[in-house]
Structures are given as structure tokens and as C-alpha cells.
Design a protein around this ligand. Structure first.
Ligand code: NAI
Length: 328
């Protein structure tokens, strides 16, 4: 098949070329939007990433252009209008689980960095400043952690938290019986958030949970608590979180995702004037750590993404069952 790969970076070229099963690949650095959808003419399939926009208008244009398949090289699919895709007959396949440990370990890295301030210690020592003032952290052992979403990533993260001796309570509309037998306690969202010292989000973004972390839910956190979001930016009302940080109620924030990330993440904007005032405000806090959607970014995950993406393409082409289809 002729496959157009959008939002592609050098590392995508390397892995997708290495694991290609014989398709004709064309790489575009740009993100797919309505403005550049004409680029898709003549392609059988598109390979998209988290910030490519396959909304209703784009999907109808894709159908016009003869595109029959969307291969998401990610797990989340909130950027694709699945209902409209079904109407147009365009199949949507994804990579449901690629090294969930990669994202879980990144969430843990964010907690440890924010807590023990190793990023600050690194810079201090390089300047010959060996003082400990301002570097005090807290023990994770016995710390109360709220785990929101216990799918592939949440499960891997729970096991890391257990290793650290945390007290974990989880919310998921579909509790996992295996995790219950491993000692995980489930409760409703309010109870899980109440008095939590660390809250970590591991659920997909949907219309129902858009801005689930807002002024009202933040009030339930313990004063000085830490919020970690490695899932999707839209789960958090950024303005409400900034207000809570300013008041000192929210003590730390770790973000690997951001609601308006499509204009920022994965690009080198170091010579530009950042126009997004919310991210600029977030960057200015000493207790906020932002990474540019790199939770997935390990060698093992990149290999699995490439392998499953081409297995999905091959299954579509040969008409066998589509185990990784996203349907409504
Ligand atoms: P998954 O599909 O295995 O698990 C998601 C879990 O969330 C399910 O158990 C589901 O029942 C639960 N859930 C659904 N709605 C919920 C809600 N409102 N509240 C609490 N739980 C809810 O997904 P997986 O693989 O664990 O990934 C989770 C999310 O992580 C993805 O949807 C994606 O947004 C994000 N992600 C981020 C990456 C990164 O690089 N930062 C990489 C991969 C995924």
C-alpha cells in the first residue's frame, strides 16, 4: 500500500523503515490538518500520531481523496472522530499496548524528579553550589497515591508504586480483578482523590472526562499534593490548575501532555516567541515539570509501535480480522 506518514521525525523514519513489511512510505513532517489534507491524494493509508487531526471535515476530505485506512501509531484515539470514520468507511487501527512500562516509568521519573528535585541539584552542583536548601523531598513509602485508570499503563504503574511501598487507591469504571487480588483498592473518583498526596492520570480522554481535574476536584486533593498527567492534556483544566498552583494548594505538577500541545510539542521553538500564555505561566513555576509527550519514547516501545503498525496494515490489506480496530 501507499502509506503517508504524518508528524514524522527522524526517529520515526528510522524505526518505520527498519520494520516496513514492503509498503511504499512517504514521510511528511507536518501535522495533518484540514489545511494540508490535499497531500493525502493518491494514498491508500495514513499513519498518524497523537496531534494529527482526523476530525469530521478532515475525514470526509480523506474519503474524497481515496484514503481507506488510518494507522494510528499510538494507543489513544481522541484525535480521530470514530463515528464519522465509520460513516466514511475508513478503518481506524491503533497500537493498543506498546511497552506500557515505558509510560509508567516516565510517570515515576516525574514523581521522583519533582519530589527529590534532582534536576535542580544537577544544575546547582555544576555551578559549585553544594547547599541543600530548598531540596527537601518526602518519602514515597506510605504516601497515598490516587491512580486514575488501571488499564495497561495504570497496571504497570501500580506495580511500580507497590515496589515503593505507596498506599494506592484507584478509580476505573471497569475495575481489574487481578489487581484487586494483588491488593489494589478501588473506590469512586471523589473518595480516591480525597486527601491524595499524589494523583496520577492513566485514562483515555473522552467527552465525559474532559477537564476532570478542575477547581472542584482539585479541592479534594491534600494541600501540597502532586498531580501527574501522562495521559492526555484535555483531562486537566489548565487555568484551574494554574490557580491552584498560585494559591499553593497544588504543590507540584508533572505534565507529559498539554491540552494545546499540538502547536508546541515535538518542535524546536527555542528561537521563537511562545504565544501560548498558559504554558509560559506553567514553565515559570519552580514546582512544575513539563516534558514534551515523551512517555512512550523508549527503544522497546518504538520497535513495538513499528511492528504492530505494519501488522495492522498487512491485516487490512489481506482482509483478515482486524484485532486492533477502533470502532464506535
Ligand atoms: P487502556 O485502554 O489499557 O486503559 C485505560 C483504562 O482507563 C481502562 O481500564 C478504562 O476502563 C479506564 N478508564 C476509562 N475512562 C476512565 C475514566 N473516566 N476514569 C478512570 N478510568 C477510566 O489504556 P493505556 O494503554 O493504559 O493508556 C492510557 C492512556 O495513556 C491512553 O489513553 C493515552 O491517552 C495515554 N498514553 C500516553 C502516552 C505518552 O507517551 N505519554 C503513550 C501511550 C498512552
Amino acid at each position: 500500500m501507499k502509506i503517508a506518514i504524518f508528524s514524522s521525525c527522524k526517529y520515526d523514519h528510522d524505526f518505520l523503515k527498519q520494520y516496513n513489511t514492503g509498503h511504499e512510505l512517504t514521510f511528511f513532517e507536518s501535522t495533518l490538518t484540514l489545511k494540508n489534507v490535499t497531500l493525502t491524494k493518491g494514498f491508500d493509508a495514513l499513519c498518524l500520531f497523537v496531534n494529527d487531526q482526523a476530525n469530521s471535515e478532515v475525514l470526509y476530505a480523506l474519503k474524497e481523496n481515496g484514503v481507506r485506512l488510518i494507522l494510528l501509531r499510538c494507543a489513544g484515539y481522541n484525535n480521530v472522530n470514530i463515528e464519522v470514520a465509520a460513516k466514511t468507511g475508513i478503518k481506524v487501527l491503533r497500537v493498543p499496548a506498546y511497552s506500557p512500562e515505558a509510560v509508567a516509568e516516565h510517570a515515576m521519573a516525574m514523581i521522583l524528579t519533582l519530589n527529590r528535585k534532582t534536576h535542580k541539584a544537577y544544575n546547582r552542583i555544576r555551578e559549585g553550589n553544594f547547599s541543600l536548601d530548598g531540596l527537601m523531598g518526602f518519602n514515597l513509602h506510605n504516601c497515598k497515591v490516587a491512580l486514575i485508570g488501571t488499564g495497561n499503563i495504570g497496571k504497570a504503574f501500580y506495580r511500580l508504586l507497590k515496589g515503593f511501598g505507596c498506599r494506592v487507591a484507584a478509580y476505573d469504571p471497569y475495575p481489574d480483578l487481578n489487581l484487586i487480588s494483588e491488593g489494589l483498592i478501588y473506590d469512586n473518583l471523589e473518595e480516591v482523590l480525597r486527601d491524595a498526596e499524589v494523583v496520577s492520570l492513566h485514562c483515555p480522554l473522552s467527552e465525559e472526562n474532559h477537564h476532570m481535574i478542575n477547581t472542584n476536584t482539585l479541592k479534594l486533593f491534600k494541600k501540597g499534593a502532586m498531580l501527574i498527567n501522562t495521559s492526555r492534556g484535555g483531562l486537566i483544566d489548565t487555568q484551574d490548575v494554574i490557580t491552584s498552583l498560585k494559591s499553593g494548594h497544588l504543590g507540584y505538577l508533572g505534565l507529559d501532555v498539554y491540552e494545546q500541545e499540538s502547536k508546541l510539542f515535538f518542535h524546536d521553538l527555542s528561537g521563537d516567541i511562545i504565544q501560548d500564555d498558559l504554558i509560559s505561566r506553567l514553565i515559570s513555576f519552580p514546582n512544575v515539570l513539563i516534558t514534551s509527550h515523551q512517555g512512550f519514547f523508549t527503544r522497546e516501545a518504538m520497535q513495538q509501535i513499528a511492528e504492530v503498525t505494519f501488522a495492522n496494515a498487512d491485516a487490512f490489506e489481506s482482509g483478515i480480522s482486524l484485532v486492533n480496530e477502533v470502532d464506535k
